[in-house]
Design a protein around this ligand. Structure first.
Ligand SMILES: Cc1cc2nc3c(=O)[nH]c(=O)nc-3n(C[C@H](O)[C@H](O)[C@H](O)COP(=O)(O)OP(=O)(O)OC[C@H]3O[C@@H](n4cnc5c(N)ncnc54)[C@H](O)[C@@H]3O)c2cc1C
Length: 451
């Protein structure tokens, strides 16, 4: 636990480094890890966020934690679990930070009942564009900033401290992998679980899905329990996502459940050979983590290995399609049909969610069920395909179906459409109050122009 004095010192250093940035230079966090997946203009200097990466204090009686903005969920969970507590939503990738998930919209299997990570934030300290740190709550004089912050990606300032509510959790999680023969059946089951909180008589505490094929969609129903279980281990030779097809039931410790997707970065570790029987034995356990695979992607880009292999295989062109989108639950079958016909990438990850109140910069209808669809890979495209040939069509399809696209990856919207979809009016108003000199990049500059 960091404690309050070191926290104040770290905030002072951050403010100093902000004041010392030359006017006009890009403002960027000097952070070791990132889960963004879009190219970004190089920054010459970054804000000093050293010492802002921990948990300040936990109040077990109140079930709250004061957490620094750049604290990873990995470190946060290590601090909360000994108290039998965890954040209401823990994104699957270990190095996602609390500030990153709140400003960049995290999601996970508890989202069907707990919404998104920002919905359990009680208050936030934010370094604004004008250089001061203010405390924003849902109903104080900075409420407008509090509500506009989720999905603003640092364009309204940087969260230095967040007070969050925590949920009581037991030590074990039992899983049921339920096979759905088609997307309509999956939709019906998702609606039933969201409405009743149970499936076939058993409470469902967490819910996600893996769609391997149009007629092979598994919903994984998690039940939190203190009853001792014989647990599986997917941090070793076994691969979690493959177990979904092989087993109908399973059990994990709560910690292994939280990180079940991180070890193999969902299924994406296969691209590096990390799921190959022999290579996996040689692959050090500490390197079976999403941040290591993320760095390998960067290395591949720098060395041009995949591009060289494509040239040898005479692949005409290739586009990266790494996105998470949300569609209203009833439109899921249409989206998957379209996706199979036009993109053709499986498996895809499904995660139902329901927000509790309106959030202007990511306007989902509160109380309505949406399903997040995650797909991460590359597709072959014609040699003359323009920039974002596939990604642009995904944007159109999602828009037509009444959905939204997360902004952690590449986006191609024109500015007018973008501002209509992502609360442009509200963002503009809040920016003019908290960043009158326009010191921070706008959301459009960050998300589409990759600044
Ligand atoms: C392949 C892939 C799969 C993903 N899957 C999931 C998923 O399943 N579940 C999920 O929850 N998320 C997922 N994400 C998205 C991820 O949650 C977001 O990208 C999130 O913003 C990353 O947080 P980070 O802490 O790594 O932030 P960074 O990547 O460092 O930064 C993200 C953005 O947030 C800003 N930012 C960072 N910290 C702060 C702060 N303290 N205050 C204000 N702004 C800040 C940065 O300026 C930047 O614009 C996925 C991303 C990828 C690439």
């Amino acid at each position: 636990m960091k404690g309050w004095e070191p926290h104040r010192g770290a905030v002072d250093r951050l403010i100093d480094s902000y004041q010392n940035l030359p006017a006009g230079s890009p403002v960027r966090l000097a952070k070791r890890t990132s889960n963004l997946f879009r190219p970004r203009a190089a920054a010459t200097s970054g804000l000093d966020v050293s010492g802002l990466d921990g948990v300040i204090a936990i109040d077990p009686a109140a079930s709250t934690a004061d957490v620094q903005g750049m604290c990873t969920y990995e470190d946060l969970v290590v601090a909360t679990l000994p108290h039998g507590l965890m954040p209401y939503v823990v994104p699957q990738l270990r190095t996602i930070t609390l500030g990153g998930a709140v400003t960049g919209l995290g999601i996970e299997s508890t989202s069907f009942r707990n919404g998104l990570p920002h919905e359990s934030v009680v208050e936030m300290d934010i370094l604004t564009g004008s250089g001061e740190v203010i405390t924003a709550t849902p109903d104080n004089e900075h409420a407008e900033l509090f509500h506009a912050f989720p999905n603003s990606y640092g364009s309204l300032g940087y969260a230095t401290r967040l007070k969050i509510s925590l949920e009581r959790v037991p030590q074990f999680v039992t899983l049921r992998h339920v096979l759905m023969p088609d997307a309509d059946s999956a939709v019906n089951a998702i609606e039933e679980i969201c409405e009743s909180g149970e499936y076939r008589g058993q409470r469902v505490d967490a819910l996600d899905g893996t769609a391997f094929a149009p007629d092979e969609i598994y919903l994984t129903l998690a039940h939190f329990t203190d009853k001792p279980q014989t647990t599986s281990d997917y941090t070793g030779q076994q691969v979690y996502y493959r177990s979904i097809q092989r087993r109908t039931t399973d059990a994990l410790t709560i910690e292994d459940y939280i990180w079940r997707w991180d070890t193999d970065w969902f299924w994406c570790s296969a691209a590096f050979g990390a799921q190959h029987r022999i290579l996996r034995r040689l692959w050090p356990r500490r390197w079976r983590r999403s941040d290591v695979f993320h760095r390998l992607v960067g290395l591949d880009e720098r060395l041009g290995i995949s591009k060289a292999l494509d040239r040898i295989k005479k692949v005409p062109g290739r586009e990266r399609v790494i996105q998470d989108i949300e569609v209203p639950v009833r439109r899921l079958p249409e989206f998957l049909d379209w996706f199979d016909a036009e993109v053709g990438m499986r498996p895809v990850w499904l995660c139902p969610l329901r927000t509790q109140q309106p959030w202007p910069v990511y306007p989902l209808a509160p109380g309505d069920i949406y399903v997040n669809v995650g797909f991460w890979g590359t597709v072959e495209v014609p040699a003359d395909a323009g920039d974002g040939w596939v990604n642009r069509r995904i944007e159109d399809s999602v828009h037509e179906l009444g959905g939204h696209k997360s902004l952690y990856s590449e986006a191609f919207y024109d500015q007018e459409t973008f501002e209509q979809m992502y609360g442009g009016d509200v963002l503009g108003k809040v920016r003019s109050r908290y960043d009158p000199d326009g010191r921070l990049s706008t959301l459009y500059e960050k998300a589409v122009r990759n600044s």
